[in-house]
Design a protein around this ligand. Structure first.
Ligand SMILES: [Zn+2]
Length: 126
């Protein structure tokens, strides 16, 4: 289960997927307004510019909000993670005891490729 299938695979988002395929987490950065945004798309949500660069992210941030889904075989954690660069992204926190999580916990992006799924950044507690 992951929450990033909504990032379309298109020429505009190809740099994101190409980087993810080799375990790099990159964020779109606008050359006109000099801001980072999420999610990857063809134009800047702040100023509509299409001049998008891609910048490496350390993938560090903290839990902004989260919920634990206990249906299914094992509980999984859906979380909004506030990245140090600013954007808030919806993803999953993995390998964590859900009862030990809290708002503000520091997390870091990891890629855990799974068969048949696109490589997406997930988060681990750090
Ligand atoms: Zn912009």
């Amino acid at each position: 289960m992951n929450s990033m299938h909504f990032i379309e695979q298109s020429p505009e988002t190809k740099p994101f997927w190409d980087a993810a395929a080799i375990g790099r987490f990159v964020l779109p950065w606008c050359r006109d307004c000099h801001r980072t945004h999420w999610y990857p798309r063809g134009s800047c949500p702040h100023c509509s510019s299409t001049k998008i660069d891609w910048r490496d992210s350390e993938g560090k941030g903290e839990i902004h909000a989260f919920s634990v889904n206990r249906r299914g075989r094992a509980p999984y954690v859906l979380a909004y993670v506030a990245l140090n660069e600013g954007p808030i992204i919806l993803s999953n926190v993995i390998d964590a005891d859900p009862t030990a999580l809290s708002i503000g916990r520091k997390v870091k992006a990891v890629f855990k490729p799974a068969p048949g799924q696109p490589p997406v950044p997930l988060f681990e507690v750090r």
